[in-house]
Design a protein around this ligand. Structure first.
Ligand code: RIB
Ligand code: CA
Length: 314
């Protein structure tokens, strides 16, 4: 077997984050060095608790979980209970976690881990606002050349935004952190709405999760039933977009994705378009290409991967 990929997952669970975390924990190709919480879908106290609930659902209480930033670098926190519900994991009742929250701050864990592991061996997987990464870059810019890759869910071009016509949630919440990341020189792979809107949790696909008959299968179906109702109504589609698991699936089966290397800059000033990923897909500016922008996937292959991996859990 090829060498495991060492990853840190930075996340704001969120039902789709939960599926992504379970996919990572179920995959032997990945060595999850730690999971760091950031404020986003719901406040930090809930996102760090939700990560621990998800790890205990997976019967993996040894996973190291860290709390990070409780608000964006400059802007006020904007949360998404209107999509994810008050707990962030509505759709399933899970017990309060017993496993510990690590004492170290998430930003310091990210910095220490990147500095202590071999150069270019750690991949950052971000599923929420980029606040923790932004702080890490400000505090210790020397981590930039040591990071193997940053694979993120965020942004949109052909699909526009989902919070404003211009901005997708993860970037909208903390555009200043996103600007630091896209300007940093870290190798970036972006899973924007352009691709996640092609990964729809149809009734058939959700039924397949439920048919696993396991705790994890039933929880996944319950989360998706709840979480996707908002987007199904908004877009009038059979199923809603499953965003965050695409970050993990890309590490496991990159060949199901396609995109192109382009220049991406972040709008941080205009009140009308703040949080917009200005993605130069047609290279009209000829600015340096700083991100691989994914636009397509094999949706059946994506859902088959998730189902087959989650089937390992009880
Ligand atoms: O816009 C979708 C993103 O915002 C996903 O990461 C979802 O979990 C929310 O955080
Ligand atoms: Ca998320």
């Amino acid at each position: 077997m090829t060498e495991k990929q060492s990853i840190i997952i930075d996340t704001d669970p969120g039902q789709d984050d939960a599926i992504a975390i379970l996919l990572a924990l179920a995959s032997p190709e990945l060595d999850v060095l730690g999971i760091t919480a950031v404020a986003g879908n719901v406040p930090l106290k809930l996102t760090e608790t939700n990560i621990r609930k998800i790890c205990e659902l997976a019967e993996m209480p040894h996973v190291k979980v860290y709390a990070g930033s409780d608000k964006p670098m400059k802007r006020q926190l904007f949360t998404a209970e209107y999509v994810h519900g008050e707990t962030g994991l509505n759709g399933v009742q899970l017990p309060e976690p017993n496993m510990p929250l690590q004492k170290q701050h998430a930003v310091d864990f990210i910095i220490e881990t990147v500095l202590s592991h071999p150069e270019k061996s750690v991949t950052l997987c971000t599923l929420g606002p980029l606040t923790n990464i932004g702080h890490a870059l400000v505090k210790t810019p020397e981590i930039v050349p040591r990071i193997k890759e940053l694979v993120m869910m965020g942004g949109g071009l052909f699909e526009g935004g989902n919070v404003t016509p211009a901005a997708e949630f993860n970037i909208y919440v903390d555009p200043d952190a996103a600007k630091l990341v896209f300007d940093s020189g870290i190798p970036i792979v972006v899973m924007p709405l352009d691709v996640t809107h092609k990964a729809l949790t149809t009734r058939t696909r959700i039924s397949a999760f439920r048919a696993l008959g396991t705790k994890v299968g039933k929880a996944s179906a319950g989360w998706l039933d709840f979480f996707e109702r908002f987007d199904e109504e908004k877009y009038g589609t059979d199923g809603g977009p499953l965003h965050d698991p695409n970050v993990i699936a890309y590490l496991l089966e990159p060949k199901i994705y396609s995109g192109r290397h382009i220049n991406v800059e972040i709008e941080t000033e205009s009140e009308l378009t703040v949080g917009m990923t200005v993605a130069d897909y047609w290279n009209v500016t000829e600015k340096p290409k700083n991100a691989i922008w994914i636009t397509d996937l094999e949706a059946d292959g994506f859902f088959d991967l998730i189902l087959n991996r989650l089937a390992k859990f009880t």
